[in-house]
Design a protein around this ligand. Sequence first.
Ligand code: SF4
Ligand code: SF4
Length: 409
Amino acid sequence: MLTFEELYKKVVESSTTKAYDEDLAELQYDPYHLECILRPESTPTKWQAANEDCRREGRYFVNCLFKHLSKDENNNYTLEYEDDKCKDCMDVNKVKKLLATKDSMAVLEAIKEGNRPVFAMIAPAFLSQIDIIDDGQLRSAFKQLGFKGMVEVSLLADILTLKEALEFDKDINDEKDFQLTSCCCPMWIALIRKMYPELLSHVPKAVSPMVATGRVIKKIVPEAITVFIGPCIAKKKEAREDDIRDAVDYVLTFQEVENIFETAKVTPDDLPIDLREHSSAAGRIYAVTSGVSEAVRATVNRIRPEKPIKVKAVQANGMVECKKLLKDLEEGKVKANFLEGMGCIGGCVGGPKAIIDKEIAANKVREYADQSIYKTPIDNPYVIELLSRLNMHTIEELLEDQQIFTRSF
Ligand code: SF4
Ligand code: SF4
């Protein structure tokens, strides 16, 4: 049984990209980058109140918010200000908008309760959706609201890419065989389940990166409350599906989070950078159509460059193309062996609750991927460390896992 460390050494020894491998060899694994998830007690929250005097008195936003709210038996809130100072400080219209958003209020209430750590899990499409220079500022902003930490879902997209690449390597040995991905889009998976159940044997039984992130956090911090943040409404439904409902407690959209930041007067672009470099380029490009195919192709080429059958990918961009691709597949018209479907045009950057133009967002996502030190998940020491903490040291242990990265449809 080959361990991931042995696989990494084998990859480097047989590699043709010597300069890149020499650069990697010089990098030290730094536990700081996984602290949010592995040692949450070492990453204190940094509560902030909107008013500086009150901040000195130790008040903070959720504390202020709930001080002015009363809730009836039907969970409807009423807003009442006891003094003018608070009325001037909090924007009533913004608070009312917040009160109308059930999920946002549930998350803020969980933070206010304070007896369980609340984690933000940010979708790979996050860049430029919220006003920040980089993900480190976003982490600081979530901590100011009272979140325990922020984990980039792209770290778990890395692990799922590695799993999918290993599955392709093991299972696709015939020119006529094929794999259907992507696990990350619930619209695509729902379409296959409903209209083409006979194709399900070609879909890896992998959970989405959102679900994987929630499960990993809860495995390491069992009392954690997990909150996914992305551009997708379908993810709210996915989080409640029977076989995966254990993973994610709440799903918020970028717009809902922007509204919380505005009401709390948290301005991420003014905040210090709390940077954690823990995902590879592969996991970062999941947010754009063709990202999953590129990630899996690069990873298969990296772990088994001599494999005779290469990844030949085709993508469906939006639901119309998804339906057409599956119909073409049924009629024997598809020549590719790796079929990726994304329910929104452009991928998640074109999701219904994305805030900015999808072309601009796609460019930002690709720039962020280019900045990653690691090109594929097997090069990423944080992937290997996290798998080892989950007691998955070998390829077989990852492929045979039935609890964290696997679902049961
Ligand atoms: S809402 Fe009231 S208590 Fe809270 S920071 Fe503003 S002035 Fe202070
Ligand atoms: S492509 Fe659209 S529907 Fe699919 S996960 Fe992304 S935002 Fe959601």
